[in-house]
Write a protein that binds this ligand. Sequence first.
Ligand code: G16
Length: 546
Amino acid sequence: MHDNRVATVVSTAPFDDQKPGTSGLRKAVPVFQQPHYLENFVQSVFDALPDVAGKTLVVGGDGRFFNAEAIQVILRMACANGVGKLLVGQNGLLSTPAVSNLIRKHKAYGGFVLSASHNPGGPDGDFGIKYNIGNGGPAPESLTEAIYANSRRIDQYRIVEAPDCDLSILGPQSLGGMAIEIVDPVADYAQLMESLFDFDAIGALLRAGSFKMCFDAMHAITGPYAKAILEDRLGAPKGTVVNAVPLPDFGGHHPDPNLVHAAELVAKTRGKTPLDFGAASDGDGDRNMIVGANCFVTPSDSLALIAAHADCVPGYAGRLTGIARSMPTSRAADRVAEKLGVAAFETPTGWKFFGNLLDAGKVVFCGEESFGTGSDHVREKDGLWAVLYWLNILAKTNKPVAQLLAEHWAEYGRDYYSRHDYEGVDSAAAAQLMADLRAADLIGKSFDGRTVTLFDDFAYTDPVNGEHTTGQGVRIGFDDGARVVFRLSGTGTSGATLRVYLEHYEPRPEHQHADTQAVLAGLIATARAISGVEARTGRKAPDVIT
Ligand code: G16
């Protein structure tokens, strides 16, 4: 410890449930409110960063319930652990991609993101905390494992006694000898977006009057970002951004941009006078949903179209090296990579697995079926970035979303895709289901006219550092190109969530405009039969279909 800091050392005992999941530690708010719970985890992070003293960290969150209290604790613990400087979003607010950008732009050592992403907020909702490393991306497995190991043996933490910092005033202040800078959450991020996209073309489209769009911020963090960029800078009509004020409980809604939770937005793009374009982002601003007039762009297709149109976006023209997708994401992006002669990577679920590929320049675009798309501009997925990318495509091609999709499918074939989620099921039953699936021997077996040609539990070796990750989900591939994947979510906070990913490849243009669930019906029945999900969980149908 340097300078005049006086830390209090507090005795504590380990909690046994602080293992970071797919994206940091996520728990119900009351769990985080237990005495020492947050402090234990934060100290476990600091203990895994032996050289953090004197360094700069970034801190911000999505404004959900407990965000304000947690930030004050982190500030006091950072001070006690010798951190040199903290960059904090004004009022404690920063979207996840904005944190990533700030870390990179200011060459910070790392940062804390306070969010449970798309999970509901409020006193009975969820809270979360995630540590990002110096490249701006989520901590890799080796670090999260070290944090978890620390949390299992922790017996004390360090904190300074100090009054709360006023996070509403921009500029420098100090806390017990540690420098704090309160930064505008939007400014640097907006500048980055302007450097990537054709703002003149997008602005002309948005101001034309004939183009109608709506961005639903879902009462979450992207409200201020979207208002500043879409309305103030690009000139979209006031009111284009709805639910724009971040609320601690997201207005009682589920800030998850999908067909179920953003149903109001989707409704505006349907019927006789639909909007041309609709988009939404989630609690912490890293997810996105794209809808056009009477059409929905699956996240898997979105990644493929984004890659296929790289040449009409200034920040990406002529520099595509490769595309990465998480394993359960459809193979639509692979087809684009093949045609363009660039590399394609299949990684486990979790944005952290893209970090090394991006750092090494092996890929420019990454995407996940879970409504996540992004590029090498930051090391997180980025909701508003995806929306601006789509607006850039629309402005440059002058084609409606549905036409872009139809043309893409005609060229590459269509990957009909859907995910069925069984939420909050009994953890033991879900674990047994997965164990039995892994033990099954399905190669050569036939179901509903399809024969199994691929059957494995997905494992991945990082091509950059050789880290090997196993047990990432059961893949079942069929001879007609169809595929079913089973895995358990790593982001839920009660019971287990079983995800069943279904896809069917259709190369014939005349068959590419059917209803997705109808096309997948046979495959859905096969998945239910193979897994025995109904008998094992008592669920007759999934809770959420996206
Ligand atoms: C997180 C991760 C994503 C992952 C998603 C779903 O997203 O960052 O990489 O795809 O969870 O994970 P799971 O299927 O394990 O629930 P977010 O937006 O929640 O941070």
